[in-house]
Write a protein that binds this ligand. Structure first.
Ligand SMILES: NC(=O)c1ccc[n+]([C@@H]2O[C@H](COP(=O)([O-])OP(=O)(O)OC[C@H]3O[C@@H](n4cnc5c(N)ncnc54)[C@H](OP(=O)(O)O)[C@@H]3O)[C@@H](O)[C@H]2O)c1
Length: 142
């Protein structure tokens, strides 16, 4: 959701050539699952704390973004994680996504997010929320 650079060139090329695209980090290492509080303190050794998307102004913007997704997820009858995964796997050219999960219940929840595409009115609200968020000022590590 927040790293869209491939839409400029790679996605059109893959669509034209019939090449599959597997994206990773759909939940931005848990951030887009909506479970990390604004004042979350990462444990020593948790690599997320070193990423700019988890620091300063970008962190606050990401938290604002997730907060705006919450009522949309409720309206869609999904968890925030499911909403994000659903939106991701139904983007043009995206064929699947690698979801990280640490517990069986996360696997079940995340798999449930890949079902039917979201309704047009839900997609429109997500698009508006993404536009409000704007592009991140930092790149994510690969
Ligand atoms: N270049 C590459 O090919 C490449 C690069 C990076 C990653 N990957 C692969 O992509 C996959 C996903 O990466 P990732 O695990 O780092 O990122 P991710 O899928 O964005 O985030 C996974 C984390 O989100 C949390 N989470 C997952 N489901 C949740 C849910 N339903 N509710 C709340 N929290 C949830 C868990 O954190 P907690 O443990 O805190 O609960 C989990 O560790 C991995 O298999 C990784 O190896 C590939």
């Amino acid at each position: 959701m927040l790293q869209r650079e491939i839409e400029q060139d790679l996605v059109p090329w893959c669509l034209a050539q019939g090449v599959a695209i597997v994206v990773y980090w759909p939940l931005l290492k848990g951030l887009l699952a909506g479970k990390l509080a604004r004042d979350h303190v990462f444990a020593a050794g948790d690599g997320r704390s070193k990423y700019p998307m988890f620091q300063g102004a970008e962190w606050q913007k990401n938290q604002d973004f997730v907060d705006r997704l919450r009522p949309i997820a409720v309206e869609a009858g999904l968890s925030v994680a499911q909403l994000v995964i659903n939106w991701t796997v139904h983007q043009p050219g995206i064929t699947s996504t690698l979801c990280g999960a640490k517990r069986p219940e996360q696997v079940i929840e995340n798999a449930g997010g890949a079902a039917l595409p979201l309704a047009p009115e839900i997609l429109a609200k997500i698009d508006a929320t993404l536009a409000e968020r704007g592009a991140p000022q930092v790149s994510l590590p690969v």
